[in-house]
Write a protein that binds this ligand. Structure first.
Ligand SMILES: Nc1ncnc2c1ncn2[C@@H]1O[C@H](COP(=O)(O)OP(=O)(O)O)[C@@H](O)[C@H]1O
Ligand SMILES: N[C@@H](CCOP(=O)(O)O)C(=O)O
Length: 291
């Protein structure tokens, strides 16, 4: 029996739609695996009632198929599904890392990224890498058609998850098909600033680089209270605020000392709209770990 802890992740970070991702120190999924004749899946924990145990419908089933590694898989969800925190990806990343070890397949962590992404295709229709890459590799990742680049980074973050469900599949439907060239120029500048900020562990530069006028405004419509929560976080000292993944989590970058104040401002702002929420005071963290 092998136990793997794979972290939640935040993809996009505003200016890096479908490209940027970070591993979060918390929350995380914990997955236990043992060799078996066929794939079986049990799910407990946050939102487990909404997660199928059928291997054809669960992200870990596709990963076990891809690695030809049948196993009894027990998933303890720390990352609620449809949260914008890479819930489906955390399980897929844990399964890829764990089954690779259990069956001695010898893949590198980088090679496991596209294998885990096959799990993502099961739920969102797209084998996008931007959540599984940081969940497997940790730190800040840049996922493009040419592969994944990873850097370790240390940025304090606050992730506020409202009691609203936004499925990635639905949130992909509202992404605009075109953008003005001025918006593209602005986004490239912001993405470059954010990347430099990650290299320098500079929350100011990362926060500034999170600004995006192409995808985020369209998706904000799906999150009741987004604008108020964003303003409250900025007023409390956040250096930048955006939608985490496809939402509904709202994520803020900040200096360490401001985390607590920002967390409570975000909770209050959702509360004023009559929306319950929970908040994670977190930071960029490590990738999946085997125990
Ligand atoms: N192991 C899993 N963990 C979480 N969700 C899963 C898993 N396998 C399948 N799903 C399905 O994936 C969907 C959630 O994925 P998604 O919308 O991408 O949310 P998130 O943004 O949190 O990853 C839900 O419909 C859920 O039932
Ligand atoms: N780039 C994807 C990321 C989805 O992340 P999730 O955490 O919501 O699954 C997108 O923005 O659609």
């Amino acid at each position: 029996m092998l136990t793997v802890r794979a972290p939640a992740t935040s993809a996009n970070l505003g200016s890096g739609f479908d490209v940027f991702g970070v591993a979060l120190e918390r929350p995380a999924d914990v997955v236990r695996l043992e060799r078996a004749d066929r794939i079986t899946i049990e799910v407990t924990g946050a939102g487990s009632q909404y997660i199928p145990e059928d291997p054809d419908k669960n992200t870990v089933g596709a990963v076990a198929e891809a690695l030809d590694a049948p196993a009894r898989i027990q998933i303890d969800k720390g990352v609620r599904p449809a949260s914008g925190l890479g819930s489906s990806a955390a399980s897929a990343a844990a399964a890829a890392v764990g089954l690779n070890e259990l069956y001695d397949r010898g893949h590198t962590r980088e090679e496991l990224v596209p294998i885990a992404a096959k799990g993502e295709a099961v739920v969102s229709g797209d084998a996008h890498d931007d959540n599984v890459a940081p969940s497997i590799l940790g730190g800040f990742t840049i996922a493009t058609d040419q592969g994944v680049t990873q850097v370790d980074a240390d940025i304090p973050l606050v992730a506020c998850l409202p009691d609203i469900v936004v499925s990635t599949r639905d949130a992909r439907r509202v992404v605009p098909e075109t953008a003005r060239v001025e918006q593209v120029v602005e986004t490239v500048g912001n993405a470059a600033s954010l990347t430099t900020g990650m290299h320098r562990d500079d929350p100011e530069l990362v926060g500034r680089g999170m600004h995006d006028t192409i995808v985020t405004p369209a998706r904000a419509e799906l999150i009741d209270g987004y604008e108020t929560v964003r303003e409250a976080a900025l007023e409390a000292g956040a250096t930048g605020v955006t939608i985490s993944g496809a939402g509904p989590t709202v994520i803020a970058a900040c200096a360490e000392d401001d985390r607590r104040r920002i967390a409570s401002a975000m909770l209050d702002a959702f509360g004023d709209r009559g929306v319950d929420a929970r908040v994670y005071q977190t930071r960029i963290g490590r990738g999946a770990e085997i125990f």
